[in-house]
Design a protein around this ligand. Structure first.
Ligand SMILES: Nc1ncnc2c1ncn2[C@@H]1O[C@H](COP(=O)(O)OP(=O)(O)OP(=O)(O)O)[C@@H](O)[C@H]1O
Ligand SMILES: [Mg+2]
Length: 405
């Protein structure tokens, strides 16, 4: 914004008196005005709401110039009029409703169009401007106007008015323009913030929509694989297709968690894994337990491979651990902050791993998927127990919600 200085070009009142030496009270007034400007600046920075800021400005400006009346008028572009948006001293029904002409013949209109501060110390003798009806109705004798400037265009005018005899001086204009500049900057800042918020909201909506669509598409793929599995002749083919469908479904769920998350970017691993446990076939009961208080959140890029590994482990526990199709599987999520990792454990109380079980060298698809994904995550997958069931532990580098994603 381009702040105006009153010394730029003041439209002088032809009836102005000669300047005097500053008296003690005059100095006190200037000091008070500086305090008031500082106070207004604090309000402007504090993120006070727009209307509150306008109200504070008219109150502080009136006090600084010891005037009974002050108002902020906003330019109504289509009508070339200025609407009273905030004010002190005015009769009920003026603020929010009354308007004055924004043409060059009104003092406010002149200040608005030329950008020059205007003092009218003797409205009754004013020959340069027409005195607006609103001022006549309130018996106003003198007025001072300055422009409220935004970056691209003028917002309106800040005006002080008084019924009392006396005169507005150039020093008064400095204060008035100072208040208008502070307010102008705040108006501009709020406008930029509003625009940013709108574009951010739009981005969020698009992101949410995208996750919805990805989830729906993947769900469709998973359903098709299931349908195809139903039609397969060989049991082996049917199982492979169902397993593939389950893997695709886990990725679909990740996108569901994404559009439900606060930031649309990270997934709460605990609730994602808890969902996974709910999707097991009849006969197998899978429980999820998160032993950490804080949520463990990570991007989909990391959460999906974790869920795919856990899916393989849980499927194995159900399939191999309990050949008769009945049993319990436990999934737990822990965090070891000192070592900087999250730990996911999958345990069962089934028949236990075969003696030739080889986590590192096994050639089956499940094993290869788990090894490849662990490597991608920089994680370590270890066998924690072989008898009285099996237990696997995945050590995943994770230091907190902002790091280790
Ligand atoms: N929880 C478990 N309890 C008992 N045996 C298990 C368990 N997990 C794995 N195994 C054994 O390890 C072998 C390898 O598992 P892996 O997941 O790699 O292959 P798979 O499940 O047989 O086939 P797929 O490629 O479809 O996953 C299994 O065949 C099974 O013998
Ligand atoms: Mg398997």
């Amino acid at each position: 914004m381009t702040a105006s200085t009153p010394q730029d070009a003041i439209v002088e009142d032809p009836h102005a008196a000669a300047p005097e030496h500053p008296s003690e009270t005059e100095l006190q007034l200037r000091l008070r005005q500086q305090e008031l400007l500082a106070e207004l600046g604090v309000h402007a920075l504090r993120g006070t709401t727009f209307q509150e800021l306008l109200d504070v400005t008219v109150r502080l400006t009136a006090e600084g110039l010891r005037c009974e009346f002050c108002k902020i008028m906003e330019l109504q572009r289509g009508q070339n009029r200025l609407l009273v948006r905030a004010g002190v001293g005015w009769d009920a029904g003026v603020v929010g409703t009354a308007t004055v002409g924004a043409d060059m013949q009104s003092p406010a209109g002149f200040a608005l169009h030329t950008g020059k501060p205007v003092i009218s110390n003797h409205l009754e003798n004013e020959e340069r401007f027409r005195t607006p009806e609103l001022l006549l109705q309130h018996g106003i004798r003198r007025a001072a106007n300055v422009i409220l400037q935004g970056d691209d265009s003028a917002f309106g005018v800040l005006e002080v008015d008084s019924r009392a005899a006396g005169e507005f001086s150039k020093n008064d204009l400095s204060f008035l323009q100072g208040a208008a500049n502070v307010l102008g900057m705040a108006i501009e800042r709020q406008r930029v913030e509003r625009e940013l918020r709108v574009s951010l909201d739009r981005q969020s909506v698009l992101l949410e929509e995208m996750n919805h669509r990805v989830k729906n598409s993947l769900q469709l793929v998973a359903n098709m694989l299931h349908l195809q599995a139903g039609g397969a002749e060989a049991e082996e083919v049917e199982r492979s297709l169902k397993d593939a469908g389950k893997r695709v479904m886990m990725v679909a769920r990740a996108h569901e968690h994404l559009y439900r998350s606060r930031d649309l970017l990270t997934i709460d691993l605990g609730s994602y894994l808890s969902d996974l446990c709910k999707s097991l076939e009849n006969g197998i009961e899978c429980s999820f337990d998160q032993a950490v208080v804080a949520r463990i959140e990570m991007t989909a890029e990391r959460a999906i491979p974790v869920a795919l590994i856990v899916n393989e482990l849980v499927t194995n526990a159900a399939k191999h651990g309990y050949p008769d199709g009945v049993g319990k599987v436990w999934v737990t999520l822990n965090q070891d902050t000192t070592k900087g990792h999250a730990i996911v454990r999958v345990a069962d109380a089934g028949i236990g791993l075969p003696p030739d079980f080889d986590l590192e060298g096994g050639k089956s698809l499940g094993m290869r998927i788990m090894r490849a994904l662990s490597r991608q995550l920089g994680a370590a997958l270890v066998v924690a127990r072989r008898t009285q069931g099996a237990e696997f532990a995945l050590y995943l580098p994770y230091t907190g919600n902002s790091a280790g994603r």
